[in-house]
Design a protein around this ligand. Structure first.
Ligand code: AMP
Ligand code: MG
Length: 530
């Protein structure tokens, strides 16, 4: 079939709107712009035309369509027994990106609702869509104008890529302003439920419907064969060809995580971009969720051009329009979510009582990683870490059986400032890799690292904390702990960094001079703040 390309420029506007309406009246199917995404429209009274929509998209038969109207008279042709609160929502949010599921009239074709006795209806705000509906004098059933399963189309080009040759016409216009499909709520359950998040946010809807329930399928994967209220929610959707993962974490964590991956690309925030070394597509600013909604589907389409094995997508917040974007990305990644743990770096001078804080942290749900232990693991015999050290410092740092001679390494590495820096720079990537392996799947982590800043491990921490204590207290502790005389203990204290160093570098200081209760309370206050 030859697909007619109808432009919506000033000169040809009237003629082409008329042409689109004519095709629709005659039982044809037309892709048209709306403010959310491009829709593939057909008469909602015509089962045969609706059949063509399902066929062109390859859409599963049990996934119902949304009916688009241009005035309130049409609403009563499509839906009946409309509750007061639905009318209030219409008044507040129409024309706009809100779809309401209501009891269906007989006039609407059965296939529109895939056999359900309800109908989803909305009044779009896009001028072209409204004018086509008015000209056709028909409520138009219109799902997104893409191949079923692929990212929704937000430009006319996307529609052309998916459906050229399969539909009667495409009406060309600007890119869609919103970029994600409409919010869907159902009034056919009590209390009303949010079935699909969109640009009309749950927060805004709750002002009219305080008891609105967010359907479980919005953020979790429906079980196989489970009955879901919104059939569209159960399908894998929006997926690029590249295998996608949704990654939750802050900019620093995200960049570290992605940079450590081979053959990977990223879909990221503006603020991540300069830190990433992999191929990437920016999809907006994390603080501006509407910008993310606007570009998310283009990013999902474009990422395949990089021909990487995997794409890691930086997850937005789940509030406001962010919930809609998160919901789409969850489906695009087949519900594969990687939660990067919240990492607190713990440090402090010797004898300050860092180990006591480890215990407190564990009691508060943190997993503690001993970075000294990790550093030893990173340099065991035969490891890549040890090879790197040998490359940097020569064979003299090995024992006769090719293990690390720690004394020999210390002598060389601590001889000059440059050598110490070289040591840290060489071994850091190996330590970080081991840490990342260790903490995968954990929620909150403490990295216990006496040389947190000198080693560079602070670079993978979200926050840093130092435990400090008065010199006399530390002196007593060291003497007791290590059976040391006072002079040796003092020497050790003076060889370490002073309190000022920790105060300058750390986000938080915990003082360990009082009781255990006071000490614990300081830590708990910090976690509360975080
Ligand atoms: P799309 O047309 O691609 O924007 O998808 C329409 C969405 O609305 C899908 O998630 C459908 O499952 C949902 N939907 C349409 N009609 C109904 C209905 N009667 N009841 C519940 N959900 C519906
Ligand atoms: Mg769709």
């Amino acid at each position: 079939m030859k697909t007619e390309k109808l432009l919506s420029c000033e000169q040809c506007y009237k003629k082409n709107i008329k042409r689109a309406a004519e095709i629709l009246k005659n039982g044809g199917i037309v892709a048209m712009p709306t403010e959310t995404v491009y829709g593939l429209a057909a008469s909602s009274y015509d089962d045969n035309a609706i059949g063509k929509v399902f066929a062109a998209k390859g859409r599963p038969q049990d996934n119902p369509l949304i009916v688009h109207i241009s005035n309130m008279n049409m609403l009563s042709q499509v839906a009946k027994n409309i509750p007061e609160r639905a009318l209030l929502c219409a008044e507040k949010f129409w024309p706009g990106p809100l779809t309401m599921v209501l009891p269906k009239t007989e006039k609407t074709a059965k296939s529109v609702s895939a056999g359900l006795d309800t109908v989803a209806v909305r009044m779009p705000s896009h001028k072209v869509a409204l004018d086509i509906i008015e000209a056709a004098e028909l409520p138009l059933a219109a799902p997104s104008a893409n191949t079923s399963g692929s990212p929704s189309p937000t430009t006319a080009k996307h529609v052309e890529n998916d459906l050229d040759g399969k539909i009667d016409a495409i009406v060309f216009s600007d890119d869609c302003a919103v970029g994600v499909e409409s919010t869907v709520i159902t009034f056919c359950s009590n209390p009303p439920r949010l079935l699909r998040p969109g640009a009309v946010t749950a927060e805004a809807l709750k002002k009219i419907i305080p008891d609105l329930v967010i359907d479980g399928a919005v953020l979790t994967e429906p079980e196989k064969n489970a009955k879901v209220e919104s059939p569209g929610m159960k399908y894998k959707h929006y997926a690029p060809k590249t295998e996608a993962f949704l990654v939750e974490g802050n900019t620093k964590q995200f960049a570290k995580f992605v940079n450590a991956k081979q053959n990977a690309a990223a879909i990221c925030f503006e603020e991540d971009s300069s830190l990433l070394k992999t191929p990437k597509i920016v999809y907006g600013n994390s603080q501006n969720e509407s910008s993310l909604a606007h570009d998310v589907f283009s990013a999902l389409r474009d990422i395949d051009k990089h021909h990487c094995e995997r794409v890691y997508i930086h997850a937005p917040s789940k509030s406001g329009v962010g919930l809609a974007v998160y919901n789409r990305l969850l489906r695009a990644s087949g519900f594969k979510v990687i939660k990067l743990p919240f990492i607190i770096g713990l440090t402090g001078p010797t004898g300050s009582g860092k180990s006591s804080l480890r215990a407190v942290a564990e009691n508060n749900g943190f997993s503690v990683i001993d970075c000294d232990k990790i550093a030893r693991l990173a340099t065991v015999k035969g490891s890549a870490g040890l090879s790197a050290l040998v490359k940097a410092f020569g064979n003299d740092i090995l024992t006769t059986d090719n293990a690390l001679n720690r004394k020999a390494l210390a002598q060389k590495a601590f001889a000059t400032k440059e050598n110490t820096e070289l040591l840290n720079k060489t071994i850091l990537p190996f330590i970080c890799e081991l840490i990342h392996k260790e903490i995968e799947g954990l929620d909150r982590v403490i990295l216990d690292a006496p040389t947190l800043f000198e080693s560079g491990i602070n670079s993978i921490c979200n926050k840093t904390v130092a435990v400090l204590a008065a010199k006399e207290t530390r002196l007593k502790r060291i003497m007791l702990r290590d059976s040391m005389d006072e002079v040796s203990a003092l020497l050790r204290i003076n060889a370490g960094k002073n309190d000022e160093f920790y105060k300058q570098n750390c986000d938080y200081i915990i003082y360990n001079n009082g009781t255990e209760k006071e000490f614990t309370e300081q830590f708990q206050k910090i976690i509360k703040e975080l």
